[in-house]
Design a protein around this ligand. Sequence first.
Ligand SMILES: [Zn+2]
Length: 511
Amino acid sequence: MKMKGTYDKVVELATRRGFFWPSSRDVYAGAPAGFYVYGPLGLRMKEKIVSLWRREVVFPEGVHEIETPNILPLKVFEASGHLEHFFDKLIECKRCHSRFRVDKLIEESLGIEENLEGLSDEELMKIIVENGIKCPKCGSKEWTGIKKFNLMFTLAVGAEAEEPNAALRPETTQGSVVEFRKSYMTMRGKLPFILGQVGRVFRNEISPRRALIRMREFQQLEIHVFFDPDNPDEVYREKLEPYMDYKIRFLRREDRETGRIVEMTAREGLETGYTINHLITYWLVLYQKFFNEVLGFPLERLRYRELIEGEKAHYALAHWDLEVYTEDLGWVELVNNAYRTDYDLSGHMKVSGNDLRVTSPDGKRKFLPHLYEPSIGLDRVLFHELMLAYREDGERVWLQLPRYLAPIEVAVFPLMKKDGMPEKAKEIYRMLISEGFIAFYDESGTIGRRYRRMDEVGTPACVTVDHQTMEDGTVTLRDRDTMEQVRVRIEELPAKLRSFIYEGKDIKDLL
Ligand SMILES: [Zn+2]
């Protein structure tokens, strides 16, 4: 069913119908890549994903959501290690001076998809020389040595600043870590204490690519669980209990070669020590369930890839990427799940000289909490929703999105522009808006074309006013996926639409 080529079709559809498009390019052809505009449909979908995340994660897990600035002092990133460690390896063509990310240059020249992040400069250089890799721009084989390129955008804040003294944050984490002590006291916290942030982050990628997959400005949904390393499980023992037999899908480091995915129950993860403690195991379960059951990604397309030395972020003791598979893009990371220990807090304590420790409930210990962080890349999630929803059958193209994620929930049409049908349809449209639905009214073109336009943006339900409506007060309700239609009384429409869109009822069960 899923064919190669979906990627191009999704990008074309998204641009044409107003989900997203590259920023400024329409007017300024040379505008830098990696920045995107969200049009009305994409923005609405993005908001829906965020609100589902709040409903399923933030509220039930007792997360304190905060919002910290995009610009933070450079000191913060000295303490977090980003100044020193947050770079990509870059190589320059000696002839035309084009610069490339070393791993991408090798991957693309040799047509391989291996992960090269763990290799040293010498090993990378050896691959380039031995394979005679040429500059993709001018064909030269003369390269400079490999250099580090820091991915942070730095800025000089204030009229007096001569040198950069701040940076656009490359992750929301540092805002939460720096504000941990203040938040903890303000909210009379006890451990585990959880902060959450929805925010924009900025990375000066050497080669942004693949639409929303690798951008220079993007959005994260981050959870920051601060906990007592001597007592991580108190709360989570009980929380995990109902899910002990739930199977988490892992690509362990030892299975890297074969690509074999191991399904490990939460119990096995704990007993073998692989998932470290109840707290981390619980969050691994929660996020796999969220992506599968709420965002609708099929289980067989999801896995947690264990990162190995060299790939792991500089701050992480254990690190899994929750990835999704598509035929076009292969496995792509959607959630970065890192056990950061007290790396961040102790860095800030050292650099600032402030005591950031907390006291144990019995008053006997002072210690730095540890941090576990699942961090969602929101734009990638949205993009993969579209990739996995894309369907075509001859002329017909439709997005089989989970109904409640559709940017337009219900469209209302008059069959013809006469006999009072438009007036009746507009009345129904206004009624549905006031009932809280995201509704859309359309009377232009043939009814077939109007259905097709709605299919293409994933609208799950279309309501049509026809001659019979004027006689008996019923309308047709059409299902996007099966194209089946049923007749529904106007006054029953809101309740029936609710069970169709939000509860996943079959259209036949609405009768
Ligand atoms: Zn060149």
